[in-house]
Design a protein around this ligand. Structure first.
Ligand code: CO
Length: 221
């Protein structure tokens, strides 16, 4: 209970295997971190950031919370955004949701009370905003998957609307915000094609994005 020996055994094996392949691996990481990517994903244990995209330590700055929500009153998330953009100069922000997300399901089940309910309020708003899109689906699992996708689209926009990201664009910093979704049933990522690379795209493309997604849902039925 106190020592968790297995995990330390695993850790020693892993560290050993890393230097077997590349003796200077850890030494190189000591000097600096220069990740090109910020990953904003769900805390779900089945969606581990680095493993899914096959990247080693040092390559991805990671922020995870329940249902990959980006709230403008969340100082934790905003500090991560600011540090990764202003200091680390990441080039890509990956907002990665996943199908069958428990946080999204809680919203669909009307679980709006307590700390979790309060945390998930932005997703409840996404559900209300896109009720007509969701109503295309009578199958509850399809409805669940659609809300997972729509949540990614909205959280991608939420990232792009932060002052931190907008100021980066204003000063000419190269930065793209991507919206992806991961299938825990097949291990595959899907690009929802809602990438935003500049402030002008935030407003002009918002409605078009939701429209495109709606068409995609209809086509995929
Ligand atoms: Co989740």
């Amino acid at each position: 209970m106190r020592l968790l020996k297995d995990l330390f055994d695993n850790n020693r094996c892993w560290a050993k295997s890393m230097v077997q392949d590349d003796p200077a691996f850890f030494e190189r990481l000591v000097g600096q971190q220069a990740p090109e990517f910020l990953w904003i994903g769900c805390s779900d244990s089945r969606v581990p950031a680095n493993q899914i995209v096959g990247l080693p330590p040092g390559a991805v700055f990671v922020h995870r919370n329940i249902a990959n929500v980006v709230r403008h009153d969340d100082r934790n998330c905003l500090a991560v955004l600011q540090y990764s953009i202003d200091v680390l100069k990441v080039k890509h922000i990956l907002v990665v949701g996943h199908y069958r997300c428990g946080g999204v399901k809680a919203v669909l089940d009307g679980e709006t009370s307590g700390l979790i309910g309060d945390w998930l309020r932005p997703i409840a708003e996404v559900e209300q905003r896109h009720r007509s899109v969701l109503d295309i689906h009578s199958n509850p699992d399809q409805r669940w998957d659609r809300l997972c996708e729509l949540n990614v689209v909205e959280q991608t926009l939420s990232v792009a609307r932060t002052a931190i990201v907008r100021e980066a664009w204003v000063r000419g910093q190269e930065l793209a915000v991507h919206g992806w979704i991961y299938g825990i049933h097949n291990g595959l990522l899907r690009d929802l094609d809602v990438t935003i690379t500049g402030e002008e795209e935030v407003f002009s493309h918002t409605s078009r994005r939701v429209e495109l997604l709606t068409q995609h849902f209809v086509a995929a039925r």
